[in-house]
Design a protein around this ligand. Structure first.
Ligand SMILES: NC(=O)c1ccc[n+]([C@@H]2O[C@H](COP(=O)([O-])OP(=O)(O)OC[C@H]3O[C@@H](n4cnc5c(N)ncnc54)[C@H](OP(=O)(O)O)[C@@H]3O)[C@@H](O)[C@H]2O)c1
Length: 214
C-alpha cells in the first residue's frame, strides 16, 4: 500500500487561562506542572520529529528531547526540526551540542551561504524550501519531512508557527494544556476561555479532556 507522503501532525502548546504561551517579551512562562511536563515528553516520544520556529530557539534555547519519562530514553530520540528562513540559528544553541540527534533546519533559497556552511559544520542537516504565506511553505516542508522518513510530527510552537499550521489546515490533532493561571503575555494561537471555544474555533470533531496535577 502506498504511504501518505505527509506526516501526521500534532500541534501542542501550554497556555494560561488568559491565552498566554510566553511572557510579552518572549521570555518563557512557567505554565506546566510535573504531570503536564510528563505528558509533553510522552507526546514527544510518540512522534518521529518535533518542530519549532526559529524564534523559540532564539528565546528558549530548547533541547526538544525526551528526558522525563521513567526508564531509558527512547532510541532514536525524535528528530528536532526548526523553521528558519534566514538561517538565524545560533551556532552555540544547545540543539547543536546534542550528541544523539543534530537538528534539521528548513530555510529559504536566499539564506546566506556562510551561515549554511557554519551550521553544516556543526552537524545540522539543511533543507531548502520555497517561501509560502507568512514564512516557509509548510506543504513543501511536510513533503520533505515525509520523504526523509518522518511519519509523525509534533509541532511545539511558538505562536506564529502554530498559527501557520492551523491556518494552512495541517493539524490532525491538538493537545493543549491549560494552566489555571490568569497571567497575560504573548498570545498563543487560540482564544482565552474554555475548552469548548478552543475546539469550536478549530473545528475539532472528537474532544476529550482531563485534569493534571500540578
Ligand atoms: N507555551 C508553549 O507551549 C510554548 C511552546 C513553544 C514556544 N513558546 C514560546 O513561543 C515564543 C516564540 O513564538 P513566536 O511566535 O515569536 O515565534 P516562533 O513561532 O517560535 O517562530 C516564528 C518564526 O519562524 C520562522 N518561520 C519560518 N517559516 C514559518 C512559517 N511558515 N510560519 C511561521 N513562522 C515561520 C519565521 O522566522 P524567519 O522569517 O526568520 O524564518 C518566524 O518569525 C517563545 O518566546 C517561546 O517561549 C511557548
Amino acid at each position: 500500500m502506498k504511504r501518505d507522503p505527509l506526516p501526521v501532525v500534532t500541534l501542542s502548546w501550554a497556555r494560561s487561562a488568559a491565552g498566554a504561551i510566553a511572557r510579552e517579551d518572549g521570555k518563557p512562562l512557567l505554565l506546566s506542572g510535573r504531570e503536564s511536563m510528563m505528558l509533553t515528553h510522552r507526546l514527544r516520544a510518540a512522534h518521529d520529529a518535533i518542530l519549532v520556529g526559529i524564534q523559540t530557539v532564539l528565546n528558549d534555547d530548547p533541547l526538544l528531547s525526551v528526558r522525563l519519562l521513567p526508564g531509558p530514553p527512547p532510541f532514536p530520540q525524535p528528530q528536532p526540526v526548526v523553521l528558519d528562513s534566514r538561517l538565524r540559528f545560533p551556532t552555540g544553541a544547545r540543539l547543536l551540542a546534542r550528541e544523539d540527534r543534530k537538528p534539521w533546519i528548513f530555510h529559504a533559497p536566499e539564506a546566506g551561504a556562510a551561515a549554511a556552511a557554519a551550521l553544516k559544520e556543526k552537524g545540522a542537516r539543511l533543507f531548502q524550501v520555497s517561501r509560502g504565506p507568512g514564512g516557509l511553505d509548510l506543504h513543501e516542508t511536510l513533503m520533505k519531512l515525509g520523504a526523509a522518513g518522518i511519519s509523525s510530527l509534533m509541532v511545539e510552537g511558538g505562536a506564529r508557527v502554530l498559527r501557520a499550521f492551523l491556518a494552512a489546515g495541517f493539524a490532525d490533532q491538538l493537545v493543549v494544556t491549560m494552566s489555571p493561571s490568569t497571567v497575560q503575555g504573548m498570545r498563543g494561537p487560540d482564544m482565552p476561555g474554555c475548552v469548548e471555544s478552543l475546539t469550536e474555533a478549530h473545528g475539532a470533531d472528537s474532544v476529550t479532556w482531563g485534569t493534571l496535577n500540578p
